[in-house]
Design a protein around this ligand. Sequence first.
Ligand code: WTA
Length: 664
Amino acid sequence: MSVGDEREFTALPFEEKYWPDLGKFLEIRQKSLEDIEAFWDERARQLIWIKHWDQVLDASNPPFYRWFKGGVTNINLNALDKWIGTSVEHKVAYYWEGEPGDKRAITYGELYREVNKFAWVLKEVIGLKPNDTVSIYLPMIPELPVSMLAVTRIGAIHSVVFSGFSAQALAERIVDAKAKVLITADGFYRRGKVIDLKKNADEAVKIAEERGVKVEKVIVVKRAGNDVHMVSGRDYWYHELIKEAPEKAYVKPEPRKADDVLFILYTSGTTGKPKGIMHSTGGYMTYVYNVFKWNWDPQPHDIYWCAADIGWITGHTYIVYGPLMHGVTQVMYEGAPDYPAPDRIWEMIERYGVTIFYTSPTMLRLLRRFGDKWVEKHDLSTLRLLGSVGEPINPDVWKWYFTKIGGGKAPIVDTWWQTETGAAMISPAPGLALVPLKPGSATLPLPGIDADVFTPEGKPAEPGKKGLLVIKKPWPGMLMGIWGDPDRYIRTYWERFSKPEEGIWIYYPADYAIKDQEGYFWLLGRADEVLNVAGHRLGTAEIEDAIVAHPAVSEAAVVGAPDPVKGEVPVAFVVLKEGYEPSEQLEQEIKLTVRKIVGPIAVPAKVLFVSKLPKTRSGKIMRRILISLIKGRPIGDVSTLEDPSAVEEVKRAVEEFKKLMQQS
Ligand code: WTA
């Protein structure tokens, strides 16, 4: 919202002469929407299946759509096994680089052998069975994709938890997924320091046990060599387990039904409890395979780098499953983008000869701030495609990315999508037919994707008018549901605009958008109580729950304030309990509480103490007022307010905050 509101929505096609393929693209898309089943049927046949499906789309129980009903496969067949015996076997899959500069190059053949060994360990030593859930809490090291592939190879279900999350956040996800096995590491490097991951993992296992879920086995990858406590009978070193596997271990990929769960990934929603988004084996595989091809048009010589973390959906799709299904050579990096110097990323692009680079607007804004001299030190002429993901990209950052990083010749592939959608939904598709680009627009929906913008009343919005994004037809990459909570799945994504009595089902992503006169989509940020901090999705309720866990806090309301680098940062309005006084120290303590309960990314930029929050007569916090004040907008109708003086107090607090921000 904050970033989007300042756009020129009527921006003209940017350098249209480079990519004039609009007509061809529209034709492909038109045809796909006339018969989505025929379209995806043909696309799914490009993959390896153990058994083909009986039905492309089972829509008998909406919104629980099931793709490729009756089909059987295993994603390993398409990501690994199919390369064995081909020239790709000897090609590098990952050029991995640690933050301190240590390096590994792993070929497809080596990856295949390591995955087989680890799958053997998981099956024969650890005793995992198909459909068991495994939590994976690993930093950006090759053992992370190895673990994911080994887990799916044996038909188990992974739940990767971002290594920046706290012990409590990990525990919550272990408990919800009922994971009996946890894969983690001793530690990893971040800005020159070793982060003690195993300590968090130990604490999480303890909390999970108190909450009734006993993690029976913990597998620990040795990465940073820091001192860790290994619990005998529970904790095992990864490298010792791997030694037990036969040198030529081969584990047959477990046949999985197309609608068996491939993985769960937790994401934030509007309540304090994260949602376990379930992706399907056959649908996700088909969608990711195709969209990866459309987005990047992968060529044998490409060196591709997606600078996300595998702990988020972008990494699942665009570092693990997507690129491996295309035999792409990747760069994978462990650490901070500005360490040891602000040109770390540019230096690596030059050194590896990266041809496709995919990152977030936050990273671009951060790196741009250091000044162009860091970019100019490096030859980035190998780049042929640039990607953006996770948040709206400001037109000026877009133009900088295009001219300064891409040298005016690499199209920008701005991909709009969500954890729930599996892969990009609205984005340029150079692998099909590249349409003219507009700085700041994700362009057009991909083939097979029926996107539109609605008014709050559920009517198509007028071109150029801000409304709510909707998806009007199912697609193979869609989530299967929320782990253990089918009602929440319906409520969150389908209730807003569907008309079940008329057989109309409409997916609601909770994003604001504008569709312009030419049908281009401009994504404007979340329309619900979810923040997008540095491209990371965080529920305000999650942060509020953490704040009220502090004994001095009576009430808290968190809203997003605009930030020049991170897009948005959380700001907390806090009412203290009787007997407590606002203080610097209390602010620090509250921040620490959030850090402990959720993780460093969720820590509020500022805690603003107020004696009361604006509420309706029925006692509901009027969040809308807080948001308007923070964003400097008119506060609108306040007739339902219980106590207008609360607004004055909040106003003063916000002014103080803005002064502070200007100073820094
Ligand atoms: C936002 C990340 C504008 C959006 C892949 C969405 C974007 C949320 C873009 C999902 C983009 C993602 N332009 N906004 N290109 N990509 N978003 O689940 O608000 O971590 O709903 O998935 O990020 O975040 P998630």
